[in-house]
Design a protein around this ligand. Sequence first.
Ligand code: HEC
Ligand code: HEC
Length: 387
Amino acid sequence: MRRLTGNGTIIAAVAILVCAPFLLRSHIEEERQAAAQALLAEFPASPGAGDLRILRAAYSASSETWPKPKLHAAVTAYRELAALEIRRPRAEGHASLAALGQTLFEDPVLSLSGQISCQSCHNRRLGWGDGLPTSFGHDRQEGQRNALPLFNASYRETLFWDGRAPDLASQALFPMLDPVEMANHDSGEIVARVEASGKYREVFKTLFNDAQASMDKIKAALVAFQSGLERETSFDRFMKGEHNRLSDQQIWGLHLFRTKAGCANCHNGPLLADEQFHNIGLSYYGRRLEDLGRYNVSADPSDAGSFRTPSLRHVSKTGPYMHNGVFPHLEGVVNLYAAGGGRVRSERAKSPDDPLFPHASENSPLLEPFKLTGDERAALVAFLNAL
Ligand code: HEC
Ligand code: HEC
């Protein structure tokens, strides 16, 4: 009995000697993880190299384990940021149809004057926009809105700043019939000009088994072309495991985007857009440049001043920014959000008798003013440049 106890003591002692380093190590590991969690929950405004290393480790893991985003209670359909799965249609004939679409996209035959093509306002070298605050069209008339980039138009649930078109096929006629864009009076006129040009008979015959021009053929080709414009970004590659694609500063910006700056409330999911409409205070209600956005489509007063959340993919190449192109640089955009959005200055907006009171002058509740240091703002902009 005594011998047994003696053996037991020896076994226990050996067990302690063997396990102690592991126990100690797992204790240290637990403490380290708790410290990392605390750091991530309240990330410092002037992080040191060690802090940035911890942030990088956290964001290099699966997005399911990322620090929780800081969201407003009203956001119910949050989708985590993610790589966009880029579609490469492989259907037979798609490539030829897209090539025809590109030719039509670049052909001014689609405009009344014979001088304006889709490409006039959507230029590959200008991020598929035109680099201007607002576009010039027929007779150099200036439009009211900024030309949208086309990279991911085929992935969106609605099109245009106010979401007035449901898909690319129905969208195509809008610019062609817009009096300040391509200025045609009706679609018959466009089809007749394409037919008269004689240029497309052969390719229509090959692709559609019928040489006659028609609006359906023109649309199908334009859609096929525009569906192939999306490209992989540094952020996509980071998300697919190439972790050197984002610098420490950009990862810091990603964290701010999801937390303190509140951007992910609306810019979320693989497109960095929630497919909703929000008023961020840029409607110029009651002033010369008034644009009430979604309200012009829905006639619902609560939509006054709301615009569709734009995708932020490729955003570094698509300035100037906003529906009216009011910001030449991303720094200006960040300053606007830090202030809680824009302000409607008209007296009319303050009157309860006004039919759009109080909606037109109320910014989305998802916008909350925030304070970021100069370094934090630079990190946020650096992240936007990776998108
Ligand atoms: C005169 C300039 C101009 C021309 C020409 C023009 N566009 Fe646009 N495009 C714009 C502007 C401005 C917008 C944003 C308008 C709005 O939202 O009200 C836009 C928006 C779009 C969108 C919506 C993208 C999105 O994300 O919602 C698509 C798609 C598009 N254009 C395709 C075309 C096609 C195809 C053509 C030729 C048939 C064309 N555009 C001709 C200026 C132009
Ligand atoms: C309440 C929802 C919401 C939040 C929060 C939000 N945005 Fe936006 N964002 C929008 C809407 C809507 C627009 C278009 C507004 C307009 O043109 O009037 C926009 C436009 C933009 C644009 C212009 C894109 C372009 O192509 O012109 C950028 C850049 C941008 N947001 C970045 C940010 C950043 C950075 C943050 C965080 C600091 C942020 N957004 C927070 C909804 C939001």
